[in-house]
Ligand binder design. Structure first.
Ligand SMILES: [Zn+2]
Length: 76
């Protein structure tokens, strides 16, 4: 039901610009990711936390949509 491929971009905590990481780089807890837009460093864990909340909101919206579709089918 929920697309496995959907991706929530990691966003700068300061300006909300999507954070760019080099292909071969990986981040770890405590790392700072430098934003190319505003030059501020976002803490990786906080960025992930925000992305997780965004993903949950998105999943909830999808679920609500599916549920109302189902409800319409059932209570026609
Ligand atoms: Zn920024």
């Amino acid at each position: 039901m929920i697309d496995d491929n959907f991706e929530i971009p990691l966003r700068c905590l300061f300006c909300r610009a999507p954070l760019q990481a080099a292909e071969d780089s990986s981040f770890h807890a405590g790392d700072l990711i430098k934003c190319l837009s505003c030059g501020e460093d976002s803490e990786y864990e906080s960025v992930l936390e925000v992305a997780k909340e965004e993903a949950q909101d998105f999943a909830q919206q999808l679920l609500d949509k599916e549920m109302s579709k189902l409800a319409k089918k059932l209570f026609k």
